[in-house]
Design a protein around this ligand. Structure first.
Ligand SMILES: [Zn+2]
Length: 162
């Protein structure tokens, strides 16, 4: 409740030394895209660190977002005299809460994914076992299916849903 608002500069991650040209590659939750060295093994320790950093930074962003909303709602939930204002505020709050609910689920998924890294199970398709690949994981750090299995799963989902 009494947490002081943070300055924006404190949330900006410090740039890390990297051979990749800054400004050229989009950051992934504050991290530069991974640059593989020749002959590097898939999910070598440096790769695992890379994805752990991405997941932790992402989680931090989400938790700050949840925090911000709660403070915002506490500040804004004044007694509005106009019932129309009140109704639109309630509508706004319920949308916010739904968004926060999604974020909380995502945070849980991120935690589970970090556990996979710790258990050396990260980066492999849970259906067919092949390597998911660094670029796909950077685009979707919580992915646990390769692109083929994911596509198949989505087709099946559509069939059972329709
Ligand atoms: Zn697969």
């Amino acid at each position: 409740m009494a947490t002081k608002p943070r300055t924006t500069s404190a949330t900006t991650p410090a740039p890390r030394a990297n051979t990749a040209k800054p400004g050229n590659s989009p950051l992934i939750h504050g991290q530069l895209p991974y640059v593989e060295s020749a002959g590097e093994e898939y999910m070598a320790p440096r790769q695992k660190d890379h994805f752990r950093n991405i997941l932790l930074a992402w989680k931090k962003e989400l938790m700050e977002e949840v925090d911000r909303t709660l403070h915002y709602m506490q500040d804004e939930s004044a007694n509005l005299p106009d019932p129309v204002d009140r109704a639109s505020q309630e509508e706004e709050f319920s949308l916010e809460l739904r968004a926060r609910d999604r974020e909380r689920k995502l945070i849980k998924k991120i935690d589970e994914t970090i556990k996979l890294i710790d258990e050396d199970d990260y980066g492999y398709c849970t259906t067919c076992g092949i390597e998911i690949g660094i670029r796909r994981l950077e685009a979707r750090p919580t992915a646990n299916l390769c692109i083929d299995c994911k596509t198949l799963a989505e087709i099946k989902e559509k069939q059972t849903a329709g």
